[in-house]
Design a protein around this ligand. Sequence first.
Ligand SMILES: [Zn+2]
Ligand SMILES: [Zn+2]
Length: 112
Amino acid sequence: MVKVTSLCTSCLQIMTNPICPSCFVKHVSYWLRDKKLSGNEARDILIGLAKVIKDAEESPSDTSCIVCGERKVNLCTHCFTSKAGRVLKNSLKNEKTLKEFAEDFNTIIWRI
Ligand SMILES: [Zn+2]
Ligand SMILES: [Zn+2]
């Protein structure tokens, strides 16, 4: 099998762990479940993340997601994390949760 090296359409780095927008957002929502958000916060975040998915899917790509194997990936986890982080920043009141997001998503969560 030939491994095609694919680049993130945003930062142009090689994507070592290609994960599609939908799988990424699923991870984020599992993660958020433990954070005891208010109804409004949770709703705003989900709306914001849905927009991240939509934007990401507009750029064409040949790389398949390593999690679901179905959808295409065009953003690296780093770019996803920073986009999702922006969404969280707009909606979350709790600075501590934001900090935890940055720490968790930049390190452990992608070692699947
Ligand atoms: Zn990137
Ligand atoms: Zn996927």
